[in-house]
Write a protein that binds this ligand. Structure first.
Ligand code: E4V
Length: 289
């Protein structure tokens, strides 16, 4: 159900780090299309051979993303199997993961952050219409294709990455590590992974974007209190001063899954967030008049 790519058509460039059970590299893929030779920048995601049993989940996540196409969903070109190696070949997104981009201290405007939230909401709306659950929405899985430039009125452009190996395949500890992105009901059983879970994760991701990529539970004293207590005591993430934004985030992160808003409702609420007054009232950087 997805394209297989010949190993000899791939060339490895620099290593870009690793995900859970995967190593990622920048690379190039040569292919012949309408009689011409093309060389495309790609991201190569290698699955560790020791996690062989995860490979069908690894490929499932690839096939999920290659079945559908949307401007804010990462393009997966296909997979390549070479001996012990399973490699997913994805489009290369220039500026990489959004959490690292924000952590690098790039100051971005409120409208820049809202644009990112709206683009993620439209990707989620597309998945909801196809009844496809992503299962791993977070700023680390948002890739920045265009930085945008607030002064020129050029908006950023993000692409939602593949969910990676499914939650069902991952151990309990990985689930605990995904607090507060993973919906509480999924912690009880990964059978509870539904479209509503993506709404919860959307709320946590919008919180990250408006808190410059800071990890939501950074202050939480993880030593004494296990992360699970955050859910057991129905805690919330620290609210933004922007009341309407805090409401939207808390509405998405409702402990009652069926109380969470539909994507259309989320998009409507995002569009009703007026940046002008918030920006002027709360902005640290002077707003261009
Ligand atoms: N599909 C993807 C995923 N990640 C990237 C990427 C880009 C970059 N500039 N630095 C990176 N560092 C780690 C990953 C990465 C690109 N494309």
């Amino acid at each position: 159900q997805f394209h297989t790519i010949k190993y000899e058509d791939l060339k490895w460039d620099e290593s870009l780090g690793q995900g859970s059970f995967t190593r990622i590299y920048k690379g190039y893929r040569t292919d012949i299309r309408d009689g011409e030779k093309h060389c495309t920048e790609v991201l190569l995601k290698e699955l560790d051979a020791c996690h062989k049993n995860c490979w069908e989940s690894f490929f499932e996540s690839a096939s999920l993303m290659s079945q559908i196409s949307h401007k804010h969903l990462l393009l997966v070109y296909g997979v390549s199997v070479h001996g012990e190696k399973n490699i997913m070949v994805q489009e290369f997104v220039k500026y990489g993961a959004l959490d690292l981009y924000l952590k690098r201290g790039k100051t971005v405007s409120v409208s820049w952050k809202l644009d990112v939230a709206k683009q993620l909401a439209s990707a989620l709306n597309f998945l909801e219409e196809k009844n496809i659950v992503h299962g791993n929405i977070c700023a680390k899985n948002l890739l920045l294709a265009r930085e945008g430039d607030s002064s020129q009125g050029i908006s950023p452009f993000i692409k939602l990455s593949d969910p990676g190996i499914s939650l069902a395949m991952l151990g309990k500890h990985v689930l605990l590590d995904r607090i507060p992105w993973v919906a509480p009901e999924v912690l009880i059983s990964s059978e509870n992974l539904t479209l509503e879970c993506d709404k919860w994760s959307f709320g946590a991701t919008v919180w990250e974007v408006f808190n410059n990529g800071n990890s939501p539970l950074k202050g939480y004293n993880l030593k004494e209190v296990p992360k699970r207590r955050f859910y057991e005591t129905f805690q919330r993430l620290p609210p933004s001063q922007w009341a309407e934004l805090a409401d939207l985030i808390n509405h998405c992160m409702d402990y009652q899954a069926d109380f969470r808003p539909s994507c259309r409702c989320i998009i409507r609420q995002l569009n009703s967030l007026i940046t002008s007054d918030y920006e002027i009232l709360h902005s640290t950087e002077p707003v261009a008049q």
